[in-house]
Ligand binder design. Sequence first.
Ligand code: GTP
Ligand code: MG
Length: 372
Amino acid sequence: RVGMNVQDLAKLLHRDATEIIKKLFLLGVVTNQNQSLDEDTIEVLAADYGIEAQQKAEEDVADIDRFFDDETIDEAALVPRAPVVTIMGHVDHGKTTLLDYLRKTNVTAGEAGGITQHIGAYQARLNDKLITFLDTPGHAAFTEMRARGANITDITILVVAADDGVQPQTIEAIDHAKAAGTPVIVAVNKIDKEGANPEQVMNQLMAYDLVPEEYGGDTIFVKISAKMGQNVDQLLEMILLEADVLELKADPTQPARGSVIEARLDKGRGPVSTVLVQQGTLRVGDPIVVGNTYGRVRTMTNEKGHDVEAATPATPVQITGLNEVPLAGDRFLVMADEKTARAAGEARAKRAREEVRNASSVVTLDTLFNTM
Ligand code: GTP
Ligand code: MG
């Protein structure tokens, strides 16, 4: 373990060599750039630069990460849950129009009058069964968001406009669904339009292993008009059929966990996040870690803007009460108390900051000594 000189160490710590020399001088060690340093001196310096603190913080963060990974599923506590369905497809093929149509037609008497909010998540009801829909943007720039969407979804609805056919983000969506292993239902959209050619879409998709049942395959195709609502009921029925096969279940009794669908800063209410509960039951007042943020659930509303006290698995809700705005795709976890939530959130935020600062390499005592 010899050979690290002041210059090497300076590089590893992302500091100026003269700064290191000055610091050493204050510690009573007179040195120059090329002089090699002993282990004790390096350790003292590293501690001085907060590396030990960083290492401790990383251990704390690792503890929290373990919580996130450590899902305790109690078979006896499992109950059926609604399917989470993500709508994907090329830009302008009609994803949001489909969701808007469901929103308009699914307002039950009791809910009428609520302020409909555009939160990119929506629950529809058919024959007393709920389906949770997530919208995704089709623009090429949002690959990340689509990949995340695919990872929290049970079923993918691939929307393909019958007047435009298979396009780059259609193919990308298929790849995400395949990577995530979710079944795909194809909604051939805009069949009301002149020049619509649903048969061509079916032919094109066969090249991607999406073969319609009528051609001997096992992929469900529904020809719809999201704008007119034609065959949308049939699409919902197909989703429920597929969901039945999957036998989706969750444990509503464990501490709630899930994912952020979208988040933004509201002038009056602070950070506002739409989250999907995946396990457990989320309640107003719960101490929570969300990605690198933390807080206590202050308010919780559904997509109609109505207050809800509790949200069970597969329910999307909008929450306030976080210290900062989390990122779409961040996972959340309810903690035992607010103090733990805060410590966890701060440790994770600190790690994120360090990662940005040391974009090239995160220096720890271990990596320091390993390079010697
Ligand atoms: P991105 O979110 O940008 O990827 O687009 P999108 O897939 O959400 O498409 P959107 O629902 O915004 O629809 C794009 C355009 O197509 C709008 O002008 C819609 O009115 C129109 N449109 C969507 N569905 C239909 C349909 O079934 N028939 C007709 N004629 N037009 C439709
Ligand atoms: Mg859209």
